[in-house]
Design a protein around this ligand. Structure first.
Ligand code: FAD
Ligand code: NAP
Ligand code: HEM
Length: 477
């Protein structure tokens, strides 16, 4: 920890290791304070840690370059920056330090205690308590562990905000010197979002996960009814052994296919809205906006289900049940004197549906890889659209073909509608086929050109502003 983590050639203003840089103050001697002090000292800063009772604090917990003193002394020794590493409930106990803190920059590192939308952020409250100091919000997204882990392990984005530009720049530079990537998120009014950031739990995933789960429940229930419960009640067939694997593998692909269709459906609905309105400048209804923004999550969930389905499918033949079924079939064939049970049509069917499934899954994997920010950011807009939209539709088409080849012509036999319930693959195909037909429909030249015009900013007459120059007059239709 005594060895500086940053190379000496960093050109920003700041301390040079070993030369004795500016003193950074920290109020509080808890976990965060200890890790921050270690990081600051390792980066060549001098540190003054202010405690209510410095005598009670274990000296060994702090690095050699950090000085343990009273809160007032730390406030006085700090050249400019002071981290407030105490819980916000105790901010008022620092009011006695107002004089010493005058003109200093207070860095509020606190997190929100809950997501229950308080009126005021902790940082705004600190600024109200110390009007003579300037308050900067930041560093709260780092855990004490991440601070201690070193520049490589802990290198991550640190949102920082303040109403005082100079103070904010000083904290941004400090964060950079400590090996983090500071992000200026604006004024102190952004502090509440910054304070809540460590508490939110996958904010954009809730609805897509719920929807996928409900689809799973529906298809699992349907399969259970059709393949297990009704045959048991009707003929005493005991198919309950299918519950853990076969039924799951009948359910997962149906969920994957429908979810994949739900990724591409909102783009079509958006197109219909734009065509009907004759403009792209009118906002979509909230539900469509939300749906468009959930496509990445829905797509990745579809990929997850399809991937699991592929693994389950490969295990189908490993099951004891498959071995016994094969043996029994072979025995019956021998008894019946059948020498060759090769059915050319069914051989083609299985090869075709497996090949389409593998290709579909491969393309979905490509989409998943490009959804990683580090990969997606390396693509330009056209490349990203080609992969996500072009190849995405290719994956949808291949998945539909996989299911159609799997279904073959069995859907035309009455035996497929046991208990008047259609097979699950037929249900799963409805939405994807609708999306594909809709996409083909939108590719009709009359619709495609009008949509392209609208998306380039053209508006039909009823939406144009009064002084709009008619495109016809300029020859630009
Ligand atoms: C495995 C997997 C990973 C995926 N990863 C990502 C990902 O990382 N990022 C991602 O965005 N999608 C991701 N998706 C979802 C999907 O592939 C893309 O959203 C794809 O671009 C949708 O193509 P599209 O042709 O339906 O619509 P688009 O071509 O995107 O949109 C159609 C039209 O709708 C309008 N429109 C679209 N969005 C909005 C909006 N928010 N507000 C107003 N108008 C809008 C535009 O006019 C646009 O031209 C992923 C899907 C899968 C299966
Ligand atoms: N720990 C983390 O990983 C982490 C991560 C991000 C943000 N934070 C934020 O950092 C702040 C401190 O967290 P922490 O984990 O370091 O907490 P902690 O271990 O409980 O330390 C808090 C320190 O505050 C000091 N303090 C000052 N006045 C106090 C008072 N009136 N009553 C009680 N204590 C008082 C105490 O030091 P003295 O007894 O020496 O005065 C105490 O050690 C919090 O706002 C937290 O949200 C922590
Ligand atoms: C490596 C890739 C894949 C393999 C090996 C594979 C394999 C299989 C197998 C063996 C079946 C028949 C299951 C049974 O007998 O009950 C099947 C059915 C099915 N697959 Fe796939 N598949 C793959 C990818 C996909 C993908 C990407 C999708 C869609 C997104 C998909 C959707 C379906 C559907 C809807 C069914 C019909 C389910 C039913 O009604 O029982 N598959 N697949």
């Amino acid at each position: 920890m005594h060895k500086p983590l940053l190379a000496a050639e960093v050109s920003e203003p700041g301390p040079q290791p070993g030369l004795g840089g500016p003193v950074i103050g920290i109020i509080g001697s808890g976990d965060f304070s200890r890790s921050l002090a270690a990081r600051l000292v390792a980066s060549g800063f001098r540190v003054a840690v202010g405690s209510r009772a410095p005598g009670r604090v274990s000296r060994a917990a702090f690095p050699a370059g950090a000085e343990l003193c009273s809160q007032g002394e730390a406030a006085q020794r700090a050249d400019r920056l002071l981290f407030v590493a105490v819980y916000p409930e105790h901010y008022h106990s620092l009011l006695g330090l107002s004089q010493q803190l005058q003109g200093k920059v207070l860095v509020d590192v606190s997190n929100a205690s809950s997501l229950s939308r308080q009126e005021q952020s902790n940082a705004e409250r600190l600024a109200q308590l110390f009007p003579q100091s300037s308050v900067v919000k930041g560093f709260n997204v780092l855990s004490a562990w991440a601070l201690q882990a070193g520049a490589c392990d802990g290198n991550r984005q640190v949102p920082i905000c303040s109403d005082e530009a100079d103070s904010k720049v000083a904290v941004l530079q400090l964060a950079r010197r400590l090996g983090f990537s500071p992000v200026d998120v604006g004024g102190l009014c952004a502090a509440r979002g910054v304070e809540e950031a460590p508490l939110v739990l996958f904010p954009s995933w809730g609805r897509p996960i719920l929807l996928t789960f409900l689809l799973f429940l529906f298809f699992y229930g349907y399969n259970f009814l059709r393949h297990i419960l009704l045959p048991f009640l009707d003929q005493g067939e005991n198919n309950f052994y299918q519950l853990p694997l076969v039924t799951v593998n009948d359910t997962l692909p149906a969920v994957a296919l429908v979810t994949l269709a739900l990724v591409y459906l909102p783009g079509l609905v958006a197109a219909v809205f734009q065509l009907a309105r004759g403009t792209k400048y009118k906002r979509f209804p909230g539900w469509l906006d939300g749906w468009l923004c959930s496509r990445k999550q829905l797509g990745l969930l579809s990929f997850l289900c399809a991937g699991l389905h592929a693994v389950y499918s490969m295990c189908l033949t490993l099951r004891s049940a498959a071995g016994y079924t094969l043996l029994n079939t072979a025995y019956h064939q021998v008894k019946a004197g059948v020498e060759n049970s090769w059915v050319e049509q069914l051989v083609w069917r299985s090869d075709l549906y497996l090949s389409c499934g593998i290709l579909g899954l491969g393309i979905l994997a490509l989409l998943a890889v490009t959804s990683l920010p580090s990969v997606g950011n390396a693509l330009n807009w056209r490349e990203f659209t080609f992969v996500q939209s072009g190849l995405g539709y290719a994956a949808l088409t291949l998945s539909i073909m996989h299911t159609l080849f799997f279904g073959w012509d069995f859907a035309f036999f009455p035996s497929a509608y046991r208990y008047y319930l259609p097979p699950v693959y037929l249900l799963a195909l409805i939405l994807p086929c609708t999306v594909l037909v809709g996409r083909v429909f939108l590719a009709l030249p009359c619709l495609m050109f009008r949509l392209a015009k609208i998306r380039r900013g053209w508006e039909c007459t009823r939406h144009r502003p009064p002084n709009h120059l008619e495109p016809e007059a300029t020859g630009d239709v």
